[in-house]
Design a binder for this molecule. Structure first.
Ligand code: ADP
Ligand code: ASP
Ligand code: MG
Length: 457
């Protein structure tokens, strides 16, 4: 059994879906479960519909819904068997009617709760999975389409829900293997789930990777494949710097740190279920299925290269908190973190001195409340427009001088908040966003001018 996850660009059009069908058909003997994202940029469009409805643009919201329907209908008709077109139209009608009702509801209320945002965002994967299941059938495969909301059980932290592992694994393990044994290709939407009471939730942006990994862990798959629009995990983020090399093989821990620090090719939680069950994860390009991609394994083979890749996170805000009154006082850090916790704002990086603490956050929704609370016992300031650069490699812990080489490479750049995680597998630091590209360029030149051919392509 294998899990094959196809991202938005891999199912963005009829021709992309046909490519997916070919890729799946070539692997039928491995008994695939197919997990799909919403088609193309559908999730962004759904969120824009919700925003338009709330902001009084009811007409605009309806107009956008029509466009989204036309897009789905046009692509889907090209991949569905003629005999199923009427049924397909019915499914599209049903989904888009519901979506229209929801948008109208938001327009009346003038407000979108996280719960209603998830309800709206879920249509992307519900539609794409229904369409891809029919396309695979059209190509001669026997498919079973499952509604992920009946299997992925989550808590009720809408828009960022966490899976409840017990019931999720139990439901998936009960439902999927018998279908695969019966020769069916199982097709499911990623990203979406539901609470125990059946209320629709989502796992956060990019969450389909995580869904695929949960499915893989639940059924004890032999491999989890993440099919996307790049050849694999690259030595640098291609949206920041082109010309990165493909990493052929990397460890779970290295890849997890890269995902956490911004390598969007994997949702940050993806590797947890796979690691727990020791299931290898492959990153592959759906446009170039013959490219061998990146293999993520429990341990990577030894290499002479110091680092594996450089991840970046943009749109970061640094919050500086200082208090001479709290000098040496116990509980200072606790008080600070309690405030971030109370406002459900994750902190990514932390550096401290005796009387001050700097933290980075990327969700600034509650920054003014946080600042107000912190100001009760400390001076607080913040700076937006920052970026985290994170250099990752298992070798960092064994190689003296890595930090020296990193900071020599970025000599001309103003660096702040240097930190090395307890894993000793990464060195991270913050720069102004405007210095991000030159800094990554300099690091890439310093660390990847010579490549171990066993590890990099
Ligand atoms: P999908 O829709 O298939 O899930 P995503 O857009 O979520 O695709 O993730 C793939 C993208 O991740 C790539 O197109 C690339 O721009 C970005 N990316 C960021 N860092 C890396 C990296 N180190 N290696 C490969 N891709 C990366
Ligand atoms: N469609 C969702 C998103 O765009 C989930 C995913 O693509 O992984 O965030
Ligand atoms: Mg993604």
């Amino acid at each position: 059994m294998i899990v094959m996850k196809f991202g938005g660009s891999s199912v963005e059009s009829a021709s992309a879906i046909e490519r997916v069908a070919g890729i799946v058909r070539a692997r039928l003997e491995r008994r695939p479960v197919v997990v799909v994202s919403a088609m193309g940029k559908t999730t962004n469009k759904l969120l824009a519909i919700a925003r338009a409805a709330v902001e009084g643009g009811r007409k605009e919201a309806i107009q956008r819904i029509h466009e989204l329907r036309d897009y789905h209908s046009c692509e889907a008709r090209q991949v569905a068997p003629l005999a199923e077109r009427a049924e397909l139209d019915l499914i599209l009608d049903e989904h888009f009617q519901e979506l229209t009702e929801l948008a109208k509801g938001l327009a009346v209320l003038g407000e979108a709760t996280p719960r209603s945002i998830d309800a709206i965002a879920s249509y992307g994967e519900r539609l794409s999975s229904a369409i891809v299941a029919r396309a695979l059938r059209h190509c001669g495969m026997d498919t079973a389409h499952l509604d992920s909301r009946s299997y992925l059980v989550t808590d009720n932290r809408f828009t960022q829900a966490s899976p409840l592992y017990g019931p999720t694994y139990a439901r998936l393990a009960e439902a999927i293997p018998p279908l695969l044994r019966a020769g069916k290709v199982v097709v499911m939407g990623g990203f979406i789930g539901a609470t125990e009471d059946g209320v629709t939730t989502t796992l956060g942006r990019g969450g389909s990777d995580f869904s695929a990994s949960l499915v893989g862990a639940a059924i004890g798959a032999e491999e989890i494949q993440i099919w996307t629009d790049v050849d694999g995990l690259l030595t640098c983020d291609p949206t920041i710097l082109e010309g990165g090399h493909r990493v052929r093989v990397i460890s779970f821990n290295e890849a997890a740190e890269l995902a956490y620090f911004g390598a969007k090719v994997l949702h940050p939680s993806t590797l947890l279920p796979a690691m727990e069950k020791n299931i290898p994860v492959e990153i592959l390009n759906s446009r170039r299925p013959d490219c061998e991609g990146t293999t993520i394994l429990p341990q990577a083979p030894p290499t002479s290269n110091w680092i594996k890749s450089i991840a970046c996170k943009k749109n970061v805000t640094v919050v500086d908190v200082s208090s001479t009154r709290m000098l040496m006082a116990h509980g200072f850090l606790h008080k600070i973190f309690e405030v971030f916790d109370r406002f459900e704002t994750p902190v990514d990086m932390v550096t401290t001195s005796e009387v001050s603490v700097s933290l980075t956050i990327d969700n600034t929704r509650h920054l003014s409340e946080i600042t107000r609370e912190l100001s009760r016992f400390a001076e607080v300031s913040h700076e937006e427009g920052q970026a985290i650069i994170c250099v990752v490699g298992d070798n960092i812990r064994y190689t003296p001088g890595v930090a020296g080489r990193i900071f020599k490479a970025v000599e001309g750049v103003n660096v702040r908040m240097i930190s090395q995680g307890a894993s000793l597998r990464n060195v991270s630091f913050v720069v102004q966003e405007s210095a991000l590209k030159p800094a990554v360029e300099a690091l890439h030149a310093a660390f990847f001018s010579e490549l171990d051919p066993e590890i990099f392509a």
